[in-house]
Design a protein around this ligand. Structure first.
Ligand code: HEC
Ligand SMILES: [Cu+2]
Length: 328
């Protein structure tokens, strides 16, 4: 396609190919449905031109089948596209569980990527081919949108809320990445590139870009620096819940409900500690809203995620668990 339409981006994933098939098939359908209208306009304009000796009598013609079919057939054809595109949409919003996760922070006007091993990059994202990649994204200021044209995927990146995007690239290369939501003066230059490499090349890149500490280790350092450990570590004099093993597990709240301790819950617990208070504890945790940056929060979450499972929670866990992402 990009061969004879120079503006058509390359395809770097199977998903991109599916999106192209959908777009091309839909364009074809629109042409099939609208071409007769325009062709008949031209034909009638010629046939009934003023002064031409055409038959202008208007005999009654009520054919119910004609009337019904031109409404029903296009409707059914379009319905096929509704099912087809909805399937693609749902696929995009259900990341596979085994995906390699990369953290993304957007800010005016740059993209910051953090790998679990501690490797960080700005306006450049390295990924291996043939691997499910899941991006966990958040904005530090206004709404941005990460757009990767060769993968045909785009997702808004919001302040205060994690959104995700996943893909499986199959074609090595360096491709354009851009912000697709007007976000201020330098919006047009907020971009960079996605570098898709064979797994070997990617491992090599990971090695050469390695830092002294993994994301979780960076989080552990912050956990100490911010004084979280003073309350949350076992044997501390303050009564605070242990954070070991809470990640991804249901947590009982003092209003009788429970939530899954996902990245969003942990982030909210640090910034708005009094909004959702763990059952059996006093709301004494201070907010870190003006202290911790989005990158800090991501590292802290990675650290909490890395803590070994610990089932010695003092609060009983109720059974009415709110689905992920819903506030009680
Ligand atoms: C002054 C003591 C104190 C400090 C400092 C503190 N916390 Fe807390 N934290 C608590 C208490 C008490 C709770 C339980 C009540 C609540 O949910 O607010 C809590 C709850 C939490 C929860 C929710 C846990 C659950 O089981 O639901 C998380 C996550 C958390 N803190 C993380 C942190 C992090 C990360 C830091 C450092 C940036 C930190 N806390 C600093 C006392 C503290
Ligand atoms: Cu932007």
């Amino acid at each position: 396609m990009s061969g004879f339409l120079p503006f058509w981006p390359e395809q770097a994933s199977a998903y991109a190919a599916s999106v192209d098939r959908l777009v091309l098939a839909f364009s074809a359908l629109i042409i099939v449905l609208s071409a007769p209208v325009f062709l008949l306009i031209i034909a009638f304009a010629i046939k009934y031109r003023r002064g031409k000796p055409a038959d202008r009598s208007h005999p009654m013609n009520r054919n119910v089948w004609v009337e019904t079919s031109w409404a029903v057939i296009p409707f059914l054809l379009i319905l096929i596209f509704y099912v087809w595109s909805t399937q693609l949409y749902f696929g995009l919003h259900r990341p596979p569980a085994d995906a390699l996760e990369i953290e993304v922070v957007a800010k005016q006007w740059m993209w910051k990527f953090q790998h679990a091993g501690g490797q960080g990059e700005i306006n450049e994202l390295h990924v291996p081919t043939g691997t499910n990649i899941k991006l966990n994204m958040i904005s530090q200021d206004v709404i941005h949108s990460l757009y990767l044209p060769v993968l045909r995927i785009k997702q808004d990146v919001l302040p205060g809320r994690y959104t995700t995007l996943w893909f499986n690239a199959d074609k090595p290369g360096t491709y354009r990445m851009t912000c697709a939501e007007f976000c201020g003066t330098d919006h047009s230059v907020m971009g960079g590139s996605i570098v898709v490499q064979e797994p070997d090349g990617f491992s090599l890149w990971l090695e050469t870009s390695a830092t002294d500490s993994t994301l979780a280790a960076q989080g552990a350092a912050l956990f100490r620096r911010f004084g979280c450990s003073g309350c949350h570590e076992p044997h501390s004099s303050v009564r605070a819940p242990s954070l070991a093993g809470i990640y991804g597990q249901p947590v009982a709240l003092n209003n009788g409900t429970a939530v899954i301790a996902d990245a969003q819950y942990i982030r909210d617990s640090i910034l708005l500690p009094n909004a959702q208070v763990a059952a059996g504890y006093a709301p004494i945790m201070p907010t870190f809203a003006n202290v911790a940056t989005e990158s800090d929060l991501i590292a802290l979450t990675a650290y909490i995620q890395s803590l070994a499972t610990d089932n010695s929670r003092s609060a009983p866990i109720p059974t009415n668990i709110a689905p992920e992402g819903t506030a009680p």
